[in-house]
Design a protein around this ligand. Sequence first.
Ligand code: BG6
Length: 522
Amino acid sequence: MQSHKAHRSTISGYPTKIDPTAVVIFGATGDLTQRKIIPAFYHLRKHGRLPDHFVIVGFARRPYGEKEFRALLKQSLEDYSHTHPIDPEVWQWLEERIFYLQGDLANPEDYVKLAHLLNSLPESKYYKDNHLFYLATAPKYFPIVSENLAKAGLNPQPGISGQRRLIVEKPFGTDLKSARELNSILQKYFPEKSIFRIDHYLGKETVQNLLYFRFGNSIFEPLWDRKYIDHVQITVAETQTIGSRGEYYDATGASRDMLQNHLMQLFSLIAMEPPASLEAESIRDEKVKVLKSVPIPSSEEWLHNSVRAQYGPGILGGKTIKAYREEEKVSKNSLTETYVCVKLEIDNWRWSGVPFYLRTGKALAKQFSEICIVFNRPPCVLFANSTKKVARNWLKIRIQPNEGIHLLFNTKVPNLPALQEAKMDFYYRRYGDHYFPEAYERLLLDALNGESTLFTRSDEVEYAWRIIDALRNAWNEEEVDSIPLYAPGSMGPVEADELLRRDGRYWGPPPKEEEEIQEAES
Ligand code: BG6
């Protein structure tokens, strides 16, 4: 029988009590720690969500002392916190609990020192063996860190008095084979229930709302299938270029950086069947079923149903943008895509025949993430005299920014025998003064609590790779020396518009920010 005493995730409610814990951050002087992890712990404390007995140990190569490390983190909090001013009392509380160990990720002896430090800090009598190890390092270190933790006896062991958990950042592997290998190495030292694979999209408030919205209303779910829905669009558009990430990005591309993880998460949440409960395994089982039901297209079909492209040179937001191939640490002959668009099908009773169009890209006109559910066109017989086709109804779920939900429907034009499109808008902002936690706050709190709903399970990662591998194989088989270009500040290549146009469809237009902000605040 399934246990009903499982930990509560932040999906179904906030945990009331977190056990005392020592968090160890590997890669503690890096970007992720500074931009995301420390601001998240600060806000968790600010909202009273950290246990009183709590420490953070930073593990990195730089020859820092505690004082310098704390100063670095204080500065990064000032720079990257999403709320200001920084509350000095909250920071002081956190700072006193931050320690530093200079160490080499590859050196087993440094992990022995770590074990010793964890046992000797004054708080250790409270947190005992409750350790949360955060791998905020380059992925190539994931195997060696987990192995060295085990060698130092810091992985879960029979008879220890606490929980030892491992947080792993994306990217998780570079293809199905490497993801499987990584899974099997990590699982050698940490059982699956102790591994927390981060996809920060799952920590976003509006992504969690997909479940609440779908299953907490009786008017949408009955329409959520092939009888009523014509197609679904998922867009994650970014205005930024690849910046200084040339080395990582050129080896990765949009299909592995965004599609395999963030977009696949949105895809499976929007398409999944109602779970039996809000517990981790129920939700994750349903998400995996969606991925399993995607028929893998042949290479020929993939080439027909996907578009890859790179940004060319141009102007974006008044700034001159170099072509992708001219970016630092990017090969001059690179075929790496900064834009990808795919058409996927789900071969099950709910969705058979309903295409899902997914697209993501850098250097685009607008920064926004949105899911559009586009309903079937009503029969037009009543409006046969109209010169225009009756518009389809659109339900737009905005993940970010100006988070909200918009419904487009048709109404009569007063005093004329014609239809016009009307819009019903909901903006979270109008809800009042709600605090929107950053994704990492949610995820860290859940990892501290041992709750894995918002983390990616090993089979989920592998099924997502199965889809992306087939796509990339199709691309690799193509003998080309360039891929289509798009202008920075556009919404991507014309080929992506064409992909929908040939199906008689079109992409929803990007949001008009200024109007939206006015509406949201009115
Ligand atoms: C990261 C990708 O995972 O997500 C980045 O590596 C991308 O390339 C980022 O910019 C987008 O996240 P968000 O939360 O800003 O939409």
